[in-house]
Design a protein around this ligand. Structure first.
Ligand code: ATR
Length: 273
């Protein structure tokens, strides 16, 4: 019997995770089965317990359950602890569950390894102060960057998030309307504005010469924020498809102890979308 894994979310039908993990398993010769689970909106914990009680080895957790997964984990990694959210659950011992969060390392690996962005001493603007931003905060602060500014429509939330990270690295928070005169080497969009095809209102000239944009969203066509980057002289404008594959690769590594190759998997997803 292959070891069982799954992604749990609601909705879940369109998740790309089963295809990604099937590709990793084939490539590494691992005998696993990776399925999809539609989690009950009012009883997520029961669904998780049942999966593990029936012998499941690990789960990926997606919207809207990442915070609930954090709550039910028996122990958590430091990056999950700071993220306040868990996207990977791992069976430990006979009945324990460990929670981790691989989103941030997925972002850093996609930018630095797949695209060649060098974080060292850079000035980085992170747009948004919701779950997506908090999820990547610790790996960003550990990336070697010189300065991280979190800017949010609701300034108070940016200040709160910056406070959480302040002991760990050079981070500040501000409102989106406080960016005049600022210049950044990299602007990361972690807002949900793109879901309605919008872009956070930021100054036209806040990208430094040679600067990059990165949209944590991805789509079949360039996202609104990728288009913003291209229109404002960004050197590169990656979307979040690579991050999706990299966070999956890190989960696979946590479960199986093997790091899959991601380049061809990302290429394959780009061709089929
Ligand atoms: P997620 O878990 O995806 O981060 P969230 O917690 O609801 O979702 O956070 C969404 C983020 O996108 C917030 O930072 C939100 O700003 P507010 O805190 O001011 O609500 C931001 N956001 C959503 N739509 C936006 C828009 N049109 N312009 C700017 N920011 C937007």
């Amino acid at each position: 019997m292959p070891d069982r894994y799954a992604v749990i979310g609601n909705p879940i039908a369109h998740s790309k995770s089963p295809a990604i993990h099937a590709a990793f398993a084939e490539q590494t010769g691992q005998d696993i089965h990776y399925g999809r689970l539609l989690g009950a909106l009012d009883d997520f914990a029961t669904d998780v317990r049942r999966f593990f009680d029936e012998g499941g080895r690990g789960l990926n957790v997606t919207v809207p359950f990442k915070e609930q997964a954090w709550d039910l984990a028996d122990e958590r990694s430091p990056r999950a602890e700071l993220a306040g959210a868990v996207n990977t659950l791992i069976r430990i011992g006979d009945s324990g569950i460990r929670g981790d969060n691989t989103d941030g390392v997925g972002l850093i690996r996609d930018l630095s390894i797949n695209h060649g962005f060098d974080f060292k001493d850079t000035s980085v603007l992170l747009l948004g102060a919701g779950g997506a931003s908090r999820g990547v905060l610790l790996p960003l602060l550990e990336s070697g960057l010189g300065r991280l500014l979190i800017a949010n429509r609701t300034a108070a939330k940016a200040h709160q998030l910056a406070e959480l990270g302040a002991k760990l690295g050079p981070v500040e928070g501000c409102g989106l309307d406080q960016l005049a005169g600022e210049r950044f080497d990299l602007i990361i969009n972690a807002t949900s504005a793109g879901l309605s095809n919008a872009v956070p209102p930021i100054p036209d000239d806040c990208l430094a010469s040679g600067g990059w944009t990165y949209d944590m969203l991805y789509g079949d066509t360039p996202t609104a924020f990728c288009r913003w980057g291209a229109e404002h002289g960004a050197k590169r404008t990656p979307d979040g498809l690579g991050m999706l594959v990299e966070q999956a690769a890190e989960s696979f590594f946590l479960w199986r102890g093997i790091r899959p190759e991601t380049t061809n998997v990302i290429k394959g997803l780009r061709q089929t979308r």
